[in-house]
Each structure stands twice: as structure tokens, then as C-alpha cells.
Design a protein. Sequence first.
Length: 273
Amino acid sequence: MENKLTVFPDVSYGNHERHRVDIFIPQKPKSQMSLILFIHGGGWHDGDKEIHRSDAEFFCNQGYVCATINYRFVTDELSVFNELDDITSALEAIKNKCAQYGFNIEKVLLSGGSAGAHLALLYAYTRKEEAPVTPVAVCAYCPPVNCTKPDFLMGISGEFQEWKYEILSKCCGVTVNKENLLSEQSQNALERISPENYVSGNVVPTAVFHGDNDELIPFEHIKAFVALLNEKGVKNDFLVYENSGHLLDKTCETAVKAKEIIRNYAEMYLKQE
């Protein structure tokens, strides 16, 4: 039986037009209230929170407070770190809205696809101590995990892709191009926005869902990332969408397994103490 839910659309969490969050509150919440936050993809410069509405409704019907956010896009003045700041502001707004209804939200599971998955990982790995709602797990679809390697910037074709360099330059705040990619300045800047660079035994449990034919984020990157999680003793799950590219099929059997993993993570890690 579905759990009736209350939706608060386009709640403002700042003064930018992109500072909007949709909040989904279940009528019959689980006894221990926590949050699942969905972050949309779109190459850090495109996309909309509406793409995760069905996910939010699904897990809200499981008894979890859910939210989907918009965030500012990267520009010459705004980097990935500003997008992380937006996540903090959105979490504050969600926590305050829930407090009005008697819910004390203290833990969050972060999820998203592509650039949204990257932001989810980077936020949980680097902002845990200062977050207004504590990240306790990440479930990431097709995440960029290592932005420093030539095969990430070129793609599996091995051809120069100028648009990737332009976007990554905005993401890290340093001009990156084909000629200076391997320079110390470029590599340091790209390391700072690479979730893999922050993996330690202290990072949160992490589930990764990825297509083995992903044309944008090399599958070998994800295998290396998961191997590093294992090496550091990080609880993780790795689910492969076989014969799939970057746009994963949301209706296939593997997609059902991915949702089940998210539900298991929510059950395990969102319990209030």
C-alpha cells in the first residue's frame, strides 16, 4: 500500500533562481526520521530536480523524507565548490522545514546520477563534519570519480573533446586544456574535485551503479575506485549494468536491484540513535 505524502515544491534555500528544493514528507513516516537527498546530473551546467521526482516519491512511500534539489551551474565565477555550498544550504532549508512538522532530521543518504553522483560523493567525503545534516551513505549512479586522467577528458573515443575541458575548467576553477592537462597546476586542481582523492577508511558506505559500456566515464575508473574502497575497508556495493552506456535503463532488472540496494542502505544507515 502506498504511503500518502505531502509535497512542498520549489522551497527556496537562497537568493539565486536555482536555489530551489522539492521536499517530500510521508504521512506515515518510519519511527526514525531521516532524509534521502537526490542530486540531478547534467554535466554540472545543466539539468533539473524534476528528473528525480519519481525516485523521491518511491522512497517517500517507503516512509523516508526525500528531497530533490536544483543548484547553481558552474561558470567562470562558480565552481563545483559553490555547488557543494548549495547542498549545505539546501540541507539547512530541508531540516528547518521538517522541524516545522516535528521531524528532527539528522542523517542523510545522498544519491544522484553522473554529475549529481559526483557531487553526492564529493559532499559526503569532504563536508561531513560541517554538514547541517550528517551524510551517512552515498548511492551513486555513473559517477565521475577521477577527473585527472586523459581518458576521462577524452572519452573512450580517445579524441580531443574541447567541451569537456571547458566544463572541467569551470568545475575546478583553473583553466585546463589539452596542452596543460598533465601540468602540476591542472592535476592538483582536478585532484581537488575527484572523489577518489578523498577515499580513506573514514568515508561513508558507498554504493556505485555503472554501465560497463559507459562512453563518458570509463568503466575501468569505476573498477579502480571500488578496488580502492575495498583496500581502505569502506563498506560498498558495486552493481554493473551490463551492455549499458552512460544513460542507464531505469526499467531493467538491474534498476530494480539498484533501488533495493538504496533501500537496504536507508534501512542500515539512516536509523537514528
